[in-house]
Write a protein that binds this ligand. Sequence first.
Ligand SMILES: Cc1cc2nc3c(=O)[nH]c(=O)nc-3n(C[C@H](O)[C@H](O)[C@H](O)COP(=O)(O)O)c2cc1C
Length: 127
Amino acid sequence: MKLEGIREAPVNIAVFYTPSNTSVLGQNSMPETGEYSVACAIQNIWLMARVMNIGVGWVSILNPDTVKSILRSPPEHKLIGYLCVGYVNEFYDRPELETLGWQSRKPLEDMVHYDEFTDGPPSVMTN
Ligand SMILES: Cc1cc2nc3c(=O)[nH]c(=O)nc-3n(C[C@H](O)[C@H](O)[C@H](O)COP(=O)(O)O)c2cc1C
């Protein structure tokens, strides 16, 4: 849907994760946290851009190997996100997928569990 952003946006940013050869704090028990950290960095880019009235579109409908080949990235680099960045005509009040009717907001009680996972309504917090 947003593929045209690749051409229309003045700036495209490909964000990679590079595994470390040495031990990294927090990655011993969960090696994938390195990639999570890159996703957090993307979120920070996104939030900062939004504060500056700059739009960001994340395009994942692409072949990572093709992107890597075009950018001649080292093989050990893993593409985490491809961002189209630039000024936009408008910002929507609600998420675009919700506005377009593609997806609706999930009820909070379906997503947040207290103390333990349950199928029913959340139990009352006791502390
Ligand atoms: C991980 C991730 C991948 C995405 N991939 C695409 C994509 O391939 N194509 C697309 O049109 N939107 C994609 N999006 C959504 C757009 O970037 C979307 O415009 C953006 O999340 C802001 O939209 P909203 O706040 O209106 O929902 C993706 C979003 C995320 C978080």
